[in-house]
Design a protein around this ligand. Structure first.
Ligand SMILES: NC(=O)c1ccc[n+]([C@@H]2O[C@H](COP(=O)([O-])OP(=O)(O)OC[C@H]3O[C@@H](n4cnc5c(N)ncnc54)[C@H](O)[C@@H]3O)[C@@H](O)[C@H]2O)c1
Length: 406
């Protein structure tokens, strides 16, 4: 079988995940090139993934000067870089696995979609949840008609207090002007799933939310600006958290000395969570109505002990309730005995977004190799809908909950 050659632009947390998936499927895929701007990472990446000097780039413009050097380009740089990089890569002839969000302005998202369609390129947006056995099962049950017509759907995303602090208070997504509003950066996945499960266009949306807690007025009295100087017991103590979670620490540091790294005040990950320069919402609710009159709501919150997603679907003949991380779905057909499905049973790989990462990459690679038209679940032509919804939700939130028609 001819191997599909994949290049990765942006070798951070996501780039590393995709490289590992490629490495673990050597019969089908090959990591053809890497472009990563951070020079410190170069020796590790080259050694770990057996990349030759001539296949390693630190400047994407240099890589693009070589033309199309792989079948697929994975774009896993930060949100604001996607637009220009995706447009250039499409012109060069690449099919793209494009990290979400597609871009941070709706016009830019549409421009990428239109260019892909005009040039006949494939673009899969990394809405990995569609590929999880869990959500595929929920979709299959809805489409089977067992619960009748969907009237109401309720999705919750519990970000997890420590994950929120890592990414949205101290990390890359803490400021909307440097990345994207939280509802786009984090919850475009949820909006995408809601729209996919209901299977109709969203026609109106409104949203409330704000930065409720991670701000100066909530700092405990006597707290320091950085955790390494602070003597107050706190669930957000960065030194304690990263010492006990080395996998999270490695996302931003190759130096394993947590105490040393986090006593450098230029490293944002050691900052007090109440005294950072964050401005994105820490909780948000979104209400939606769809073409048939079906409604949905989404709650996204930083305030949860665990990271998990849940969904409830209320149909005219029955309801479904499930939890992604538990991997269990309960179906209650009205008047009948409830049935519970364990979606983990028989599944061998549930790593990375409950199995979504590996299934999405394999599906896209196989589709590109087949030469057939794009067939995957996360074609940019579908993903554009969730992005429209996210932009509308943010516009509504900023306008105090105004209804936005789509
Ligand atoms: N699909 C998902 O579920 C999911 C989950 C997390 C993040 N993401 C998205 O994936 C993207 C990457 O997120 P991440 O968590 O991997 O971030 P990250 O910061 O860990 O990785 C980004 C990498 O890109 C590199 N980079 C930045 N500019 C570059 C340039 N010009 N040329 C080459 N390399 C460059 C950085 O040095 C870094 O290593 C973001 O858009 C994010 O929103 C998606």
């Amino acid at each position: 079988m001819e191997k599909i050659r994949i290049a990765i632009l942006g070798f951070g947390q996501r780039g590393y995940i995709y490289a590992n998936i490629i490495k673990s499927h050597p019969d089908e895929m090959e990591l053809a090139a890497v472009c990563e701007i951070n020079p410190v990472k170069k020796p590790f990446i080259m050694q770990m993934f057996d990349i030759k000097e001539e296949d390693y780039y630190t400047d994407y413009k240099e890589m693009f000067k070589k033309g199309k050097i792989a079948d697929i380009l994975v774009i896993a740089t930060m949100d604001r870089d996607h637009y220009e990089q995706a447009l250039t890569a499409l012109e060069l002839g690449y099919d793209l696995l494009l990290e979400k969000p597609i871009a941070v302005e709706i016009d830019h998202c549409l421009a990428i979609r239109d260019k892909a369609n005009a040039l006949g390129r494939k673009v899969a947006v990394c809405h990995v949840l569609r590929y999880t056995p869990f959500y595929r099962k929920v979709k299959e049950i809805i489409d089977s008609g067992r619960i009748g017509k969907v009237a109401t759907l309720s999705q919750t995303e519990h970000i997890g207090y420590y994950h929120y602090a890592h990414s949205y208070v101290r990390g890359n997504w803490r400021r909307a002007d440097a990345s994207a509003p939280m509802i786009l950066a984090k919850a475009c996945h949820d909006l995408d799933i809601i729209q996919w499960l209901i299977g109709e266009k969203c026609t109106a949306i409104n949203s409330f939310g704000n930065l409720f807690y991670f701000k100066k007025e909530n700092a405990p009295e006597g707290s320091a600006d950085y955790c390494y100087k602070c003597e107050i017991a706190c669930p957000y103590n960065a030194i304690e958290f990263y010492k006990s979670h080395p996998d999270w620490f490695m996302i931003f540091s190759l130096d394993p000395d947590v105490g040393k790294v986090l006593s450098d005040e230029l490293v944002n990950y050691g900052r007090c969570v109440y005294k950072s320069d964050n401005d994105v919402a820490d909780h948000q609710v979104v209400s939606m109505v769809f073409a048939s009159g079906a409604t949905a709501n989404l709650t996204v919150t930083a305030f949860s002990n665990e990271i998990h997603r849940g969904v409830k679907v209320h149909g005219t003949k029955g309801e479904i309730a499930g939890d992604l991380e538990e991997g269990r779905i309960t179906i209650k057909i009205y008047g009948e005995k409830p049935e519970t499905i364990d979606v983990k049973a028989g599944e061998t790989d549930l790593s990375g977004h409950a199995g979504g990462d590996v299934r999405m990459l394999l599906d896209f690679a196989r589709n590109v190799r087949s030469g057939e038209p794009q067939s995957g679940l996360t074609d940019i032509n579908y993903s554009i809908e969730s992005h429209r919804m996210a932009f509308a939700a943010e516009a509504s939130r900023l306008a105090g909950g105004k209804v936005i028609k789509l």
